[in-house]
Design a protein around this ligand. Structure first.
Ligand SMILES: Cc1cc2nc3c(=O)[nH]c(=O)nc-3n(C[C@H](O)[C@H](O)[C@H](O)COP(=O)(O)OP(=O)(O)OC[C@H]3O[C@@H](n4cnc5c(N)ncnc54)[C@H](O)[C@@H]3O)c2cc1C
Length: 372
């Protein structure tokens, strides 16, 4: 039986590892942080994931995640529309969900190594060799799953081509107490950015935005940028001024890249954002991470149990299935992103949603998959 190493313990890595371990495959997972931890993420998960999560007993019912059925869209200067969502979603913080999945992975028998960053992966003699950041050589393994997210130092050592292209996007996230309706996700535009708000467990709201580095540079600080730029949208001004902020400081990330990536690189099978990241405005990145873990685990289980399965065939099949399922969503997401963050285009998007509901709903459906 072949053994597997998963690099990265976000949704993609943890759910892949759980499926493999439950099927009797020897699997170890390396995560560079400790659980629980916050992540910059809007924390809205598309309902397309529910049948699969329930089938694995991984739907986080015990946290009563709010059921989100409607999308409110506002333009840079505060025009607004509310649309029903065909599929909808649920809200749960990554702090809670990832930590709960980490416990499920432990129960399933995954060998978990936290606080351990993988710095190098090489392939030779049909095996992988992994080194830690401390230069310590740690393991030899038959299969590597790359679930290390949108951007990792490992992408550089692996010489993935997207890593040299600088990205101007910055992400900021808070948890707040406010009077946001629990059935609604709102997407508020502002100059060169958009900010989502939706509820998670325990009546908290997630307030998360994406903007250009240039906004931050010009304003000098996050607080000043919010006051000078986000507050021009009256919806955002009200939320920021009337909410109780629960973090002492915002969670932030930069260099968020939506460049095309390869789902297989140096024989490493990439899963979740490591294979390709969809723009956050689609609210579908986590569903894609979860779905890609399903596709990959279903191919890996028979591969690991067979003595003569072909690695080339495994890689080819995964590449094909990944492309069929996700490539079009990423493409549409990249184009839709252009409708956000400018006065003219965001007014157009709100009017489109108001007067051309079927077109708007069609566009939303093109960035989502069917329930799986
Ligand atoms: C601003 C913003 C808002 C978003 N909002 C939403 C939303 O509302 N809904 C939605 O569905 N999606 C959203 N997304 C996208 C979503 O967060 C991602 O698609 C999702 O987290 C992908 O999961 P993942 O497991 O692939 O990666 P991650 O969750 O990023 O996990 C990767 C893990 O790998 C670890 N790691 C990295 N390098 C190494 C290494 N070398 N060794 C060991 N461990 C390593 C990291 O510490 C991390 O824990 C948003 C993204 C952003 C940026």
């Amino acid at each position: 039986m072949k053994n597997i190493t998963v690099i990265g313990g976000g949704l993609a890595g943890l759910i892949t590892a759980i499926q493999l371990a439950r099927a009797g495959v020897e699997v170890q997972l390396f995560e560079k942080k400790r659980y629980p931890h916050h992540r910059v993420c809007g924390e809205y998960i598309s309902n397309e994931t529910i049948p699969f999560l329930k089938s694995l007993d991984l739907f986080p019912n015990e946290f009563n995640p709010p059921n989100i059925t409607h999308l409110q869209l506002t333009s840079v200067n505060g025009k607004a529309v509310i649309l029903p969502l065909d599929l909808g979603g649920f809200g749960i913080s990554r702090y809670t969900f990832d930590n709960w999945l980490f416990e499920k992975a432990k129960e399933a028998g995954v060998a978990l190594h936290c606080d351990q960053e993988i710095a190098e992966v090489s392939f030779g003699d049909n095996q992988f060799h992994l080194n830690l950041k401390s230069n310590e050589s740690i393991t030899t393994t038959d299969v590597v799953v790359g679930a290390f997210g949108k951007r990792s130092r490992l992408d550089r050592t692996l010489q993935r081509s997207f890593i040299d292209k600088r990205s101007p996007y910055v992400g900021v996230k808070y948890h707040v107490k406010t009077d946001h309706p629990s059935s609604r996700i709102s997407l508020h535009n502002f100059k060169d950015g958009y900010c989502g708000i939706s509820n998670v467990e325990k009546d908290k709201s997630n307030l998360c935005y994406l903007t250009h580095r240039e906004n931050l540079k010009q304003a000098g600080s996050i607080e000043e940028m919010e006051r000078q730029i986000l507050f021009r949208n009256p919806f955002l001004k009200r939320i920021f001024e009337q909410s109780e902020f629960l973090f002492s400081a915002p969670e932030t990330i930069n260099e968020i890249s939506f460049e095309t990536k390869a789902p297989v690189h140096n024989h490493i099978l990439m899963c979740g954002d490591s294979a390709g990241m969809i723009t956050p405005l689609c609210g579908n990145g986590m569903a894609m991470a979860i779905h890609s873990s399903k596709v990959l685990a279903e191919l890996l289980i028979p591969f690991c149990k067979s003595d003569n399965a072909s690695r080339e065939k495994l890689e080819q099949t995964y590449r094909q299935q990944w492309t069929t399922l996700f490539a079009q969503r990423l493409w549409v997401g990249r184009r839709l992103q252009k409708l956000f963050g400018s006065t003219y285009a965001s007014d157009f998007a709100v009017n489109l949603a108001k007067f051309g509901k079927p077109i708007a709903q069609y566009l939303v459906s093109k960035t989502h998959g069917n329930p799986f």
